[in-house]
Design a protein around this ligand. Structure first.
Ligand code: MG
Length: 204
């Protein structure tokens, strides 16, 4: 099982990160299967960072084997969606960026890919028009709408599959809108698609 993640896919987030960089293609990175955190299990704050931040993202699950998928057929390749957290050690990421080094230690560490309960596509509205949000300790801290993505899910699937064979069960984090921020011990994270709660876990 592979976990893909798209960076810089919402203009509002790029602005808050002070990124003026514009790419003509999705910015892609990966996380290993050991990054997966699911079933409401707690996230343990790692000791190597002073600034672990949440990035709330829609996550889709691949349902068919595919390679070189045309964008117009990409919708056939994912059938479930949830909210996930792309945990990021922001201090390490900043350092790596400054040095021009890869991001993995800041983005792909154990438990850095939290996912909620997957919902079949047919149970929700149009995938490119979904509101999603994260509440921490009962207060909304981040919200977005998938219509604000720079690269649509179909476009992302087409792009990924040029380089990597997609397999059933692979996950794709589709990028975060504005509003990222730190987590601390005892925080209670709850993620929603529209008004449906799909993600619920604590930081320890
Ligand atoms: Mg992200």
């Amino acid at each position: 099982m592979k976990i893909f993640a798209v960076g810089l896919n919402y203009a509002s987030h790029n602005k808050e990160m002070k990124r003026t960089f514009e790419s003509s293609e999705p910015v892609l990175f990966m996380k290993p299967d050991t990054a997966l955190l699911k079933d409401g299990k707690p996230f343990f704050l790692p000791d190597f960072s002073e600034d672990v931040q949440y990035e709330t993202e829609l996550v889709v699950r691949v349902c068919r084997l595919g390679k070189n998928i045309a964008e117009q057929f990409a919708h056939r390749y994912y059938d479930q969606v949830t909210v996930g957290i792309d945990f990021t050690a922001r201090d390490l990421q900043k350092k790596q960026k400054e040095l021009g080094l890869p991001w993995e230690i800041a983005k792909a560490f154990d438990q850095s890919a939290a996912v909620g309960t997957f919902i079949p596509r047919e149970e929700i509205g149009l995938l490119q028009e979904l509101n999603f949000r994260l509440d921490i300790n009962g207060e909304t801290v981040q919200q977005g709408n998938s219509s604000e993505m720079i690269y649509s899910i179909d476009r992302i699937i087409a792009f990924i599959s040029r380089f990597f064979t997609l397999k059933i069960g692979d996950l794709i984090f589709t990028g975060t809108p504005a509003g990222v921020g730190p987590v601390k011990i005892n925080d209670h994270l709850q993620g929603f698609i529209e008004e449906r709660k799909v993600l619920d876990f604590r930081v320890k």
